[in-house]
Design a protein around this ligand. Structure first.
Ligand SMILES: C[S@@+](CC[C@H](N)C(=O)[O-])C[C@H]1O[C@@H](n2cnc3c(N)ncnc32)[C@H](O)[C@@H]1O
Length: 305
């Protein structure tokens, strides 16, 4: 069975398209698709926190088609989730894996089971372009990408000389079959060899506990996250991990839609939550108006600003 993204061919546009949820992904050659949220299969058991390790080479995924995002003179590589070989790889996963559950039900999101990391969502592209245009300093910074999927913003940070980039996704399968291969593909012969690249799977609340219990001083200069505020139910968890892991003078960049129709989240509602708690300064630093309205939010601790 093929892994499907529920394309609505009749409504295909150039590279963005609004759907009932306001979630839009970019898969392969700028197609737009519908995000299918299957809440009937939602699960109360959160995915535990786990660290995964990158291999030196990519025996299994090497044959998958590779896509590139060009940002000025940089090329960011990632696996094309629409590729047949990638489909085969997903088919070979255990029948009861979270990803196969999503595959079988043709769902792009199943709350607390599969959170959509096997696609490249459009706001991750927005975030990469923003980091580049705004010349956000990344060199020698310790960076965390939360809810990374393919991890393009984190990969960009690593190419810009970050001291380290830690990637996190809800699903272990996403880290193993999408994030790690994409990060490894971008490792160049002449790139930094001592960069601290680490990979974590699991629910934000449990990843937060794991990181802090293994080292109470774990903090990041920059935290990046894209398309992770679609569900209001997860806003508090995301807020808590951001608050716990940001250095006192660190900065957070959140790329997201203004409103996710049908699932209720979005930038305005998350911004309200942040303002109510009076711990962070939060501002919109870029708005994208073509297609579905999207924004980049910037957050920093109030005391630091
Ligand atoms: C729509 S995908 C976006 C993937 C990627 N950032 C992009 O823009 O292409 C949402 C991501 O949020 C993460 N996520 C959502 N809820 C989460 C939770 N409760 N704990 C950990 N990660 C979560 C998942 O890792 C998932 O990959």
């Amino acid at each position: 069975m093929a892994f499907q993204f529920n394309f609505d061919i009749g409504q295909e546009q150039n590279d963005v398209g609004e759907d009932s949820t306001g979630l839009t992904s970019i898969s392969g050659a700028n197609k737009c698709d519908k995000a299918v949220v299957d809440s009937r299969k939602a699960c109360d058991i959160l995915r535990p926190a786990k660290e995964l390790y990158a291999p030196q080479s990519l025996p299994e995924t090497q044959s998958c088609a590779v896509e590139a995002l060009r940002v000025s003179d940089l090329e960011l590589l990632f696996l094309n989730p629409e590729d047949v070989e990638f489909d085969r790889l997903l088919e070979s996963l255990e029948n009861d894996s979270d990803v196969s559950t999503a595959t079988e039900s043709h769902s792009d999101l199943i709350p607390n089971v599969y959170e959509g990391g096997l696609k490249v969502w459009e706001c991750s592209i927005d975030l990469v372009h923003y980091l580049h245009e705004a010349e956000v300093p990344l060199e020698n910074k310790h960076v965390l990408e939360l809810g990374c999927g393919a991890g393009l913003p984190g990969i960009y940070a690593s190419k810009k000389g970050a001291a380290g980039v830690h990637f996190q996704d809800y699903n272990e399968e996403v880290i193993e079959h999408m994030t790690i291969p994409s990060v490894v593909l971008n490792r160049s012969q002449d790139g930094p060899t001592n960069q601290d690249l680490r990979f974590f799977a699991g629910d934000w609340s449990l990843v937060q506990q794991k990181l802090i219990s293994s080292n109470p001083d774990t903090k990041y200069d920059i935290i990046l996250t894209s398309e992770t505020i679609y569900s209001v139910d997860s806003h508090d968890k995301l807020y808590q991990i951001l608050r716990a892991l940001l250095r006192p003078n660190g900065v957070i960049y959140i790329a997201a839609k203004t409103h996710y129709f049908g699932v209720g989240g979005g930038t305005r509602i998350f911004e309200d939550l942040v303002r109510q708690r009076k711990e962070f300064n939060i501002e919109v630093c870029k708005t994208f108006t073509e297609g579905v309205k999207r924004e980049i939010l910037k957050m920093a601790f109030l005391e630091a600003s």
